[in-house]
Design a protein around this ligand. Structure first.
Ligand code: GLY
Ligand code: MN
Ligand code: MN
Length: 439
Protein backbone atom coordinates (compact mmCIF):
# COMPACT_ATOMS: atom_id res chain seq x y z
CA UNK A 1 0.00 0.00 0.00
CA UNK A 2 1.37 3.40 -0.95
CA UNK A 3 -0.26 5.70 1.59
CA UNK A 4 2.05 8.55 2.67
CA UNK A 5 -0.23 9.17 5.66
CA UNK A 6 -0.27 5.50 6.77
CA UNK A 7 1.77 5.86 9.95
CA UNK A 8 -0.14 8.93 11.08
CA UNK A 9 -3.48 7.35 10.27
CA UNK A 10 -2.69 4.15 12.20
CA UNK A 11 -1.69 6.27 15.19
CA UNK A 12 -4.96 8.23 14.85
CA UNK A 13 -6.97 4.98 14.78
CA UNK A 14 -5.19 3.57 17.82
CA UNK A 15 -5.93 6.80 19.64
CA UNK A 16 -9.63 6.51 18.64
CA UNK A 17 -9.73 2.90 19.86
CA UNK A 18 -8.43 3.84 23.26
CA UNK A 19 -10.67 6.93 23.52
CA UNK A 20 -13.77 4.93 22.56
CA UNK A 21 -12.83 2.19 25.05
CA UNK A 22 -12.67 4.79 27.83
CA UNK A 23 -15.97 6.45 26.90
CA UNK A 24 -17.89 3.21 26.33
CA UNK A 25 -16.54 1.72 29.55
CA UNK A 26 -17.47 4.81 31.57
CA UNK A 27 -21.02 4.79 30.19
CA UNK A 28 -21.45 1.03 30.55
CA UNK A 29 -21.62 0.01 26.88
CA UNK A 30 -20.02 -3.07 25.33
CA UNK A 31 -19.89 -1.39 21.97
CA UNK A 32 -21.28 1.22 19.62
CA UNK A 33 -22.65 0.78 16.11
CA UNK A 34 -22.21 3.89 13.94
CA UNK A 35 -24.41 4.35 10.88
CA UNK A 36 -22.78 6.21 7.99
CA UNK A 37 -26.14 7.63 6.93
CA UNK A 38 -28.44 7.52 3.93
CA UNK A 39 -29.17 10.05 1.20
CA UNK A 40 -32.56 11.76 1.38
CA UNK A 41 -35.01 11.01 -1.42
CA UNK A 42 -36.85 14.02 -2.84
CA UNK A 43 -40.51 13.68 -1.94
CA UNK A 44 -42.54 11.98 -4.68
CA UNK A 45 -39.45 11.55 -6.82
CA UNK A 46 -36.76 8.95 -7.51
CA UNK A 47 -33.84 11.39 -7.18
CA UNK A 48 -31.64 11.73 -4.12
CA UNK A 49 -30.21 14.80 -2.43
CA UNK A 50 -26.45 15.19 -2.04
CA UNK A 51 -25.10 12.93 0.64
CA UNK A 52 -22.45 13.32 3.32
CA UNK A 53 -21.57 10.57 5.83
CA UNK A 54 -22.08 11.07 9.55
CA UNK A 55 -19.14 12.82 11.23
CA UNK A 56 -18.34 9.99 13.65
CA UNK A 57 -18.19 7.51 10.75
CA UNK A 58 -15.82 9.86 8.93
CA UNK A 59 -13.70 10.24 12.05
CA UNK A 60 -12.61 6.60 11.58
CA UNK A 61 -12.71 6.25 7.81
CA UNK A 62 -12.42 9.76 6.34
CA UNK A 63 -15.06 8.69 3.82
CA UNK A 64 -17.68 11.37 3.19
CA UNK A 65 -19.56 9.45 0.49
CA UNK A 66 -20.19 5.95 1.91
CA UNK A 67 -23.93 5.56 2.45
CA UNK A 68 -25.80 2.67 4.17
CA UNK A 69 -22.62 1.38 5.84
CA UNK A 70 -21.98 0.64 9.51
CA UNK A 71 -19.03 0.67 11.86
CA UNK A 72 -19.03 -1.58 14.92
CA UNK A 73 -16.64 -0.52 17.67
CA UNK A 74 -16.16 -2.98 20.53
CA UNK A 75 -13.25 -2.41 22.90
CA UNK A 76 -10.77 -5.27 22.75
CA UNK A 77 -12.04 -6.52 19.37
CA UNK A 78 -11.24 -5.42 15.83
CA UNK A 79 -13.37 -2.51 14.68
CA UNK A 80 -15.50 -3.71 11.78
CA UNK A 81 -16.75 -1.69 8.83
CA UNK A 82 -19.81 -3.26 7.22
CA UNK A 83 -19.43 -1.71 3.80
CA UNK A 84 -22.63 -1.52 1.77
CA UNK A 85 -21.48 -2.78 -1.63
CA UNK A 86 -24.41 -4.45 -3.37
CA UNK A 87 -23.92 -6.19 -6.69
CA UNK A 88 -25.56 -3.70 -8.98
CA UNK A 89 -25.36 -3.05 -12.70
CA UNK A 90 -26.84 0.46 -12.27
CA UNK A 91 -24.08 1.81 -10.06
CA UNK A 92 -20.43 1.24 -9.39
CA UNK A 93 -20.04 -0.35 -5.95
CA UNK A 94 -17.88 1.70 -3.54
CA UNK A 95 -14.18 1.60 -4.36
CA UNK A 96 -12.04 1.86 -1.25
CA UNK A 97 -8.95 4.08 -1.40
CA UNK A 98 -5.42 2.84 -0.70
CA UNK A 99 -5.40 4.12 2.87
CA UNK A 100 -4.23 2.54 6.09
CA UNK A 101 -7.71 2.40 7.65
CA UNK A 102 -8.77 -0.24 5.08
CA UNK A 103 -6.14 -2.58 6.56
CA UNK A 104 -6.42 -1.48 10.17
CA UNK A 105 -10.20 -2.03 10.31
CA UNK A 106 -11.91 -5.28 9.41
CA UNK A 107 -13.92 -4.68 6.23
CA UNK A 108 -16.99 -6.82 5.55
CA UNK A 109 -18.74 -6.15 2.26
CA UNK A 110 -22.52 -6.50 2.64
CA UNK A 111 -25.38 -6.56 0.14
CA UNK A 112 -27.99 -5.41 2.59
CA UNK A 113 -28.42 -1.92 4.07
CA UNK A 114 -29.91 -3.32 7.30
CA UNK A 115 -27.86 -3.00 10.50
CA UNK A 116 -25.58 -5.95 11.32
CA UNK A 117 -26.58 -8.32 14.10
CA UNK A 118 -25.38 -7.27 17.52
CA UNK A 119 -24.47 -10.04 19.94
CA UNK A 120 -25.42 -10.17 23.58
CA UNK A 121 -24.43 -7.14 25.61
CA UNK A 122 -25.26 -3.47 25.99
CA UNK A 123 -24.87 -1.51 22.75
CA UNK A 124 -25.51 1.99 21.53
CA UNK A 125 -26.43 2.76 17.93
CA UNK A 126 -25.76 6.26 16.66
CA UNK A 127 -26.56 8.05 13.42
CA UNK A 128 -29.44 8.99 11.17
CA UNK A 129 -31.43 5.76 11.51
CA UNK A 130 -34.47 5.12 9.34
CA UNK A 131 -37.63 4.43 11.30
CA UNK A 132 -37.52 0.67 10.64
CA UNK A 133 -33.91 0.33 11.87
CA UNK A 134 -34.60 2.55 14.88
CA UNK A 135 -37.68 0.47 15.74
CA UNK A 136 -35.92 -2.90 15.29
CA UNK A 137 -32.76 -1.84 17.08
CA UNK A 138 -34.60 0.02 19.83
CA UNK A 139 -36.72 -3.06 20.47
CA UNK A 140 -33.63 -5.17 21.14
CA UNK A 141 -32.81 -5.58 24.77
CA UNK A 142 -29.77 -3.60 25.87
CA UNK A 143 -29.69 -1.37 22.75
CA UNK A 144 -29.93 2.43 23.07
CA UNK A 145 -30.43 4.65 20.01
CA UNK A 146 -28.50 7.95 19.96
CA UNK A 147 -28.06 8.24 23.75
CA UNK A 148 -27.27 11.92 24.46
CA UNK A 149 -24.46 11.29 26.99
CA UNK A 150 -22.58 9.11 24.52
CA UNK A 151 -23.10 11.56 21.65
CA UNK A 152 -21.78 14.43 23.79
CA UNK A 153 -18.69 12.41 24.85
CA UNK A 154 -17.91 11.34 21.27
CA UNK A 155 -18.39 14.89 19.99
CA UNK A 156 -15.96 16.12 22.64
CA UNK A 157 -13.49 13.49 21.42
CA UNK A 158 -13.38 15.28 18.05
CA UNK A 159 -12.38 18.65 19.45
CA UNK A 160 -8.60 18.14 19.74
CA UNK A 161 -7.14 16.93 16.48
CA UNK A 162 -4.52 14.22 16.06
CA UNK A 163 -1.37 14.79 13.99
CA UNK A 164 -3.09 12.82 11.20
CA UNK A 165 -6.12 15.09 11.23
CA UNK A 166 -3.95 18.21 11.16
CA UNK A 167 -2.04 16.81 8.16
CA UNK A 168 -5.38 16.23 6.39
CA UNK A 169 -6.61 19.76 7.19
CA UNK A 170 -3.33 21.18 5.85
CA UNK A 171 -3.69 19.22 2.61
CA UNK A 172 -7.33 20.34 2.25
CA UNK A 173 -6.08 23.93 2.63
CA UNK A 174 -3.37 23.46 0.01
CA UNK A 175 -5.91 22.11 -2.48
CA UNK A 176 -8.45 24.86 -1.72
CA UNK A 177 -5.64 27.40 -2.24
CA UNK A 178 -5.28 26.17 -5.85
CA UNK A 179 -8.96 26.89 -6.37
CA UNK A 180 -8.80 30.36 -4.82
CA UNK A 181 -5.93 31.41 -7.10
CA UNK A 182 -7.87 30.24 -10.16
CA UNK A 183 -11.02 32.02 -8.93
CA UNK A 184 -9.12 35.29 -8.61
CA UNK A 185 -7.64 34.94 -12.10
CA UNK A 186 -11.04 34.17 -13.57
CA UNK A 187 -12.52 37.27 -11.89
CA UNK A 188 -9.70 39.56 -12.98
CA UNK A 189 -10.07 38.33 -16.56
CA UNK A 190 -13.79 39.12 -16.60
CA UNK A 191 -15.42 35.82 -15.55
CA UNK A 192 -19.02 35.54 -14.37
CA UNK A 193 -19.85 34.04 -10.97
CA UNK A 194 -20.54 30.69 -12.63
CA UNK A 195 -17.27 30.80 -14.57
CA UNK A 196 -15.35 31.67 -11.40
CA UNK A 197 -17.04 28.80 -9.56
CA UNK A 198 -16.16 26.37 -12.37
CA UNK A 199 -12.57 27.65 -12.46
CA UNK A 200 -12.38 26.98 -8.70
CA UNK A 201 -13.66 23.42 -9.08
CA UNK A 202 -11.37 22.70 -12.03
CA UNK A 203 -8.20 23.99 -10.36
CA UNK A 204 -8.94 22.30 -7.04
CA UNK A 205 -9.98 19.06 -8.78
CA UNK A 206 -13.34 18.44 -7.15
CA UNK A 207 -16.93 18.08 -8.18
CA UNK A 208 -19.56 20.36 -6.74
CA UNK A 209 -21.29 17.62 -4.75
CA UNK A 210 -18.07 16.85 -2.88
CA UNK A 211 -17.51 20.38 -1.58
CA UNK A 212 -17.68 20.71 2.21
CA UNK A 213 -20.26 23.50 1.70
CA UNK A 214 -21.70 25.34 -1.27
CA UNK A 215 -19.12 27.76 -2.66
CA UNK A 216 -19.96 31.41 -2.09
CA UNK A 217 -18.92 33.27 -5.25
CA UNK A 218 -20.24 36.81 -5.04
CA UNK A 219 -19.43 39.71 -7.32
CA UNK A 220 -20.20 43.26 -6.20
CA UNK A 221 -23.23 43.81 -3.98
CA UNK A 222 -23.98 40.06 -3.93
CA UNK A 223 -21.14 39.84 -1.42
CA UNK A 224 -23.41 41.54 1.13
CA UNK A 225 -25.48 38.34 1.33
CA UNK A 226 -23.57 36.29 3.88
CA UNK A 227 -24.35 32.89 2.37
CA UNK A 228 -25.03 34.03 -1.21
CA UNK A 229 -25.94 30.85 -3.05
CA UNK A 230 -26.47 31.73 -6.73
CA UNK A 231 -24.02 31.80 -9.61
CA UNK A 232 -24.94 34.42 -12.18
CA UNK A 233 -24.14 33.15 -15.65
CA UNK A 234 -23.60 36.66 -17.05
CA UNK A 235 -20.59 38.72 -16.03
CA UNK A 236 -21.69 42.14 -14.71
CA UNK A 237 -20.18 45.10 -16.58
CA UNK A 238 -19.01 46.70 -13.31
CA UNK A 239 -16.19 44.86 -11.48
CA UNK A 240 -16.23 46.28 -7.95
CA UNK A 241 -15.03 43.22 -6.11
CA UNK A 242 -15.26 39.48 -5.59
CA UNK A 243 -15.81 37.53 -2.39
CA UNK A 244 -15.11 33.79 -2.57
CA UNK A 245 -15.75 31.53 0.42
CA UNK A 246 -14.84 28.05 -0.77
CA UNK A 247 -13.23 24.92 0.61
CA UNK A 248 -12.10 21.41 -0.04
CA UNK A 249 -12.39 18.04 1.63
CA UNK A 250 -9.34 15.83 2.02
CA UNK A 251 -10.00 12.38 3.55
CA UNK A 252 -13.08 13.89 5.12
CA UNK A 253 -11.34 16.97 6.57
CA UNK A 254 -12.54 20.38 5.47
CA UNK A 255 -10.82 23.56 4.41
CA UNK A 256 -12.93 26.72 4.77
CA UNK A 257 -11.20 29.73 3.21
CA UNK A 258 -12.48 33.17 2.22
CA UNK A 259 -10.76 35.81 0.14
CA UNK A 260 -11.98 39.17 -1.13
CA UNK A 261 -10.47 40.80 -4.21
CA UNK A 262 -10.98 44.38 -5.41
CA UNK A 263 -11.87 44.58 -9.11
CA UNK A 264 -11.07 47.09 -11.84
CA UNK A 265 -13.97 49.35 -10.76
CA UNK A 266 -13.22 49.22 -7.04
CA UNK A 267 -13.31 52.41 -5.03
CA UNK A 268 -9.84 53.03 -3.51
CA UNK A 269 -11.53 53.01 -0.09
CA UNK A 270 -12.63 49.40 -0.67
CA UNK A 271 -9.12 48.33 -1.70
CA UNK A 272 -7.73 49.96 1.45
CA UNK A 273 -10.33 48.24 3.62
CA UNK A 274 -9.47 44.85 2.08
CA UNK A 275 -5.79 45.42 2.97
CA UNK A 276 -6.75 46.47 6.47
CA UNK A 277 -8.92 43.38 6.91
CA UNK A 278 -5.94 41.19 5.97
CA UNK A 279 -3.96 42.95 8.70
CA UNK A 280 -6.79 42.46 11.23
CA UNK A 281 -6.99 38.77 10.32
CA UNK A 282 -3.22 38.46 10.82
CA UNK A 283 -3.38 40.08 14.25
CA UNK A 284 -6.20 37.77 15.31
CA UNK A 285 -4.35 34.67 14.03
CA UNK A 286 -1.25 35.77 15.94
CA UNK A 287 -3.33 35.95 19.13
CA UNK A 288 -4.49 32.31 18.88
CA UNK A 289 -2.94 30.22 21.66
CA UNK A 290 -3.95 27.74 24.35
CA UNK A 291 -5.89 29.37 27.17
CA UNK A 292 -7.30 32.17 25.00
CA UNK A 293 -11.04 32.59 25.42
CA UNK A 294 -12.52 32.58 21.92
CA UNK A 295 -15.43 34.80 23.04
CA UNK A 296 -12.87 37.40 24.10
CA UNK A 297 -11.07 37.04 20.78
CA UNK A 298 -14.40 37.66 19.06
CA UNK A 299 -14.79 40.77 21.24
CA UNK A 300 -11.31 41.92 20.21
CA UNK A 301 -12.30 41.51 16.54
CA UNK A 302 -15.17 43.94 17.18
CA UNK A 303 -12.80 46.47 18.76
CA UNK A 304 -10.45 46.19 15.76
CA UNK A 305 -13.43 46.69 13.45
CA UNK A 306 -14.45 49.70 15.54
CA UNK A 307 -10.96 51.19 15.04
CA UNK A 308 -11.15 50.51 11.30
CA UNK A 309 -14.58 52.14 10.98
CA UNK A 310 -13.34 55.19 12.90
CA UNK A 311 -10.03 55.55 11.01
CA UNK A 312 -11.67 55.17 7.61
CA UNK A 313 -14.31 57.74 8.71
CA UNK A 314 -17.14 55.39 7.85
CA UNK A 315 -18.38 56.02 11.39
CA UNK A 316 -17.74 58.98 13.69
CA UNK A 317 -16.61 58.47 17.29
CA UNK A 318 -14.15 56.33 19.18
CA UNK A 319 -13.70 52.62 18.52
CA UNK A 320 -15.16 51.88 21.99
CA UNK A 321 -18.27 53.94 21.34
CA UNK A 322 -18.75 52.36 17.93
CA UNK A 323 -18.64 48.87 19.48
CA UNK A 324 -20.82 49.85 22.47
CA UNK A 325 -23.54 51.29 20.25
CA UNK A 326 -23.82 48.00 18.31
CA UNK A 327 -22.59 49.52 15.05
CA UNK A 328 -19.84 46.93 14.51
CA UNK A 329 -22.46 44.20 14.88
CA UNK A 330 -24.41 45.66 11.97
CA UNK A 331 -21.26 45.66 9.81
CA UNK A 332 -20.23 42.18 11.04
CA UNK A 333 -23.24 40.11 12.12
CA UNK A 334 -21.42 36.76 12.03
CA UNK A 335 -19.04 35.13 14.49
CA UNK A 336 -15.24 35.28 14.40
CA UNK A 337 -15.18 31.59 13.45
CA UNK A 338 -15.76 28.01 14.53
CA UNK A 339 -14.16 24.62 15.08
CA UNK A 340 -13.15 22.82 11.91
CA UNK A 341 -12.84 19.09 11.21
CA UNK A 342 -14.80 16.46 9.29
CA UNK A 343 -17.64 18.96 9.50
CA UNK A 344 -16.99 22.50 8.39
CA UNK A 345 -18.73 23.75 11.53
CA UNK A 346 -17.37 21.03 13.74
CA UNK A 347 -19.17 19.70 16.79
CA UNK A 348 -18.92 20.77 20.44
CA UNK A 349 -18.06 24.40 19.76
CA UNK A 350 -20.63 25.61 22.26
CA UNK A 351 -20.05 23.24 25.15
CA UNK A 352 -17.41 22.89 27.82
CA UNK A 353 -15.18 19.79 28.12
CA UNK A 354 -17.70 18.13 30.43
CA UNK A 355 -20.54 18.73 27.96
CA UNK A 356 -22.11 21.66 29.81
CA UNK A 357 -23.68 23.98 27.22
CA UNK A 358 -21.92 27.32 26.66
CA UNK A 359 -24.32 29.45 24.65
CA UNK A 360 -22.95 32.50 22.87
CA UNK A 361 -23.44 35.95 24.45
CA UNK A 362 -26.95 37.28 23.77
CA UNK A 363 -25.64 40.12 21.57
CA UNK A 364 -23.54 37.69 19.47
CA UNK A 365 -26.00 34.86 18.71
CA UNK A 366 -24.15 33.73 15.57
CA UNK A 367 -20.91 32.91 17.39
CA UNK A 368 -20.35 29.18 16.92
CA UNK A 369 -17.35 28.77 19.23
CA UNK A 370 -17.52 29.83 22.87
CA UNK A 371 -14.71 27.73 24.35
CA UNK A 372 -11.28 28.42 25.72
CA UNK A 373 -8.75 27.38 23.07
CA UNK A 374 -6.69 24.22 23.66
CA UNK A 375 -3.74 22.71 21.84
CA UNK A 376 -4.97 20.56 18.95
CA UNK A 377 -8.11 22.56 18.22
CA UNK A 378 -8.55 23.63 14.59
CA UNK A 379 -10.46 26.87 14.21
CA UNK A 380 -11.26 29.44 11.58
CA UNK A 381 -10.43 33.12 11.98
CA UNK A 382 -12.72 35.06 9.69
CA UNK A 383 -13.26 38.76 10.35
CA UNK A 384 -15.77 40.44 8.07
CA UNK A 385 -17.11 43.89 7.21
CA UNK A 386 -20.29 44.11 5.18
CA UNK A 387 -22.68 46.77 3.93
CA UNK A 388 -26.02 45.07 4.60
CA UNK A 389 -28.87 47.56 4.06
CA UNK A 390 -31.27 45.44 6.16
CA UNK A 391 -29.00 45.92 9.20
CA UNK A 392 -27.74 49.45 8.56
CA UNK A 393 -31.12 51.08 7.83
CA UNK A 394 -32.56 50.55 11.34
CA UNK A 395 -29.32 51.95 12.78
CA UNK A 396 -29.47 54.94 10.47
CA UNK A 397 -32.94 55.84 11.69
CA UNK A 398 -32.01 55.47 15.41
CA UNK A 399 -29.72 57.40 17.75
CA UNK A 400 -26.56 55.89 16.17
CA UNK A 401 -27.66 57.22 12.78
CA UNK A 402 -25.87 60.56 13.23
CA UNK A 403 -22.55 58.70 13.56
CA UNK A 404 -22.83 56.94 10.20
CA UNK A 405 -21.11 58.54 7.22
CA UNK A 406 -23.85 57.80 4.71
CA UNK A 407 -21.89 59.15 1.74
CA UNK A 408 -18.97 56.76 2.32
CA UNK A 409 -21.28 53.85 3.13
CA UNK A 410 -23.12 54.44 -0.16
CA UNK A 411 -19.78 54.41 -1.99
CA UNK A 412 -18.99 51.04 -0.41
CA UNK A 413 -22.39 49.41 -0.97
CA UNK A 414 -21.76 48.25 -4.58
CA UNK A 415 -18.80 46.22 -3.26
CA UNK A 416 -21.05 44.22 -0.90
CA UNK A 417 -18.60 43.17 1.75
CA UNK A 418 -15.24 41.84 2.81
CA UNK A 419 -14.30 38.66 4.59
CA UNK A 420 -10.87 37.12 5.02
CA UNK A 421 -10.85 33.59 6.47
CA UNK A 422 -7.94 31.34 7.42
CA UNK A 423 -7.76 27.93 9.11
CA UNK A 424 -5.56 27.74 12.18
CA UNK A 425 -4.46 24.95 14.51
CA UNK A 426 -3.72 25.72 18.15
CA UNK A 427 -0.26 24.41 19.05
CA UNK A 428 1.29 23.82 22.49
CA UNK A 429 2.17 27.51 22.88
CA UNK A 430 0.76 29.45 19.90
CA UNK A 431 -0.85 28.63 16.54
CA UNK A 432 -0.06 27.31 13.08
CA UNK A 433 -1.81 28.87 10.11
CA UNK A 434 -2.73 26.10 7.63
CA UNK A 435 -3.97 28.44 4.92
CA UNK A 436 -1.44 29.15 2.20
CA UNK A 437 -0.70 32.63 0.91
CA UNK A 438 -3.08 33.25 -1.96
CA UNK A 439 -1.97 36.18 -4.06
N1 GLY B 1 -18.11 28.80 4.84
C1 GLY B 1 -18.90 28.91 6.00
C2 GLY B 1 -18.16 29.59 7.08
O1 GLY B 1 -17.23 30.33 6.84
O2 GLY B 1 -18.42 29.38 8.22
MN1 MN C 1 -15.90 29.48 8.37
MN1 MN D 1 -16.08 30.13 5.07
Amino acid sequence: MSDPFATLQREHLRCLESRYAGILGALGYDGVLIHSGRPALHFGDDQYANFCSYGHFQHWTGQAGLAHSWLLVRPGQPTTCFLHAPEDFWHLPPQLPEQAWTEHLEIVRVQDAAPPKLGAGRFAVIGDLDSASARDLGAQEGVACNPPALLAALDEGRVRKSAYEIACLAEANRLAGLGHRAARESFLSGGSELEIHLAYLQASRQREGELPYGNIVAIGSHAAVLHYQHYDTAAPPQRHGLLVDAGHRYRGYCADITRTWPGADADPLFATLVDRMHAIKQRLVAAVAPGVDYVELHGWMHRLLGELLAESELVAGTAEAIVESGITRAFCPHGLGHLLGVQVHDVAGRSARDGTPRPPPAEHPALRLTRELEAGMAVTIEPGLYVIPMLLEPLASGPAGRLLNRGLIERLAPHGGIRIEDNVVVTADAARNLTPDIE
